[in-house]
Design a protein around this ligand. Structure first.
Ligand code: HEC
Length: 123
């Protein structure tokens, strides 16, 4: 059974939840929602276009019949590269390797989102 003080604590908590949020709070919420959406979209794109080679959650060597084999994207060796470097590789591919250019398939926003997802896999 709820004690009277539990009920009181719950109603205080509910009252503070329904209190009008500050403008800054609303902006934070909107940003958090956008970040969440972009990350989920990046995951969807990754699974559609990249997982075949780079493996479940970027851990690499899913498709290792090619040379060089697809690298593990979660390692520091990859993660320490800048967004610009990794973005260029996604855009243009690595000439002479199985890593193709995605500039015709993915929009600027898609490439940002997929990179955001790769960043989220860092170990
Ligand atoms: C056909 C297999 C294949 C697919 C599909 C593929 N990759 Fe790759 N990727 C590779 C290989 C192989 C390399 C290594 C190239 C090299 O070392 O020259 C690579 C390298 C990379 C690198 C650079 C890693 C580093 O060490 O600098 C990134 C970033 C990357 N891929 C992201 C992606 C993304 C994002 C997608 C999907 C949009 C994707 N790859 C799809 C095979 C693939």
């Amino acid at each position: 059974m709820f004690t009277r003080s539990t009920v009181l604590a719950l109603s205080v908590a509910l009252a503070s939840l329904s209190a009008a949020p500050t403008t800054a709070g609303q902006a934070d919420d909107a940003q958090a929602l956008r970040d969440h959406y972009e990350l989920q979209d990046g995951k969807r794109l990754y699974e559609e276009f990249c997982r075949f080679c780079h493996g479940e959650q970027g851990k690499g060597k899913a498709y290792n019949q090619v040379s060089p084999p697809p690298p593990d994207l979660t390692t520091p060796a990859v993660q320490r590269k800048s967004n610009a470097e990794l973005g260029n590789i996604i855009h243009d591919g690595e000439p002479g390797s199985p890593m193709g250019a995605w500039k015709w398939t993915l929009s600027e926003q898609d490439k940002r989102n997929v990179l955001l997802y790769i960043r989220s896999l860092a170990r």
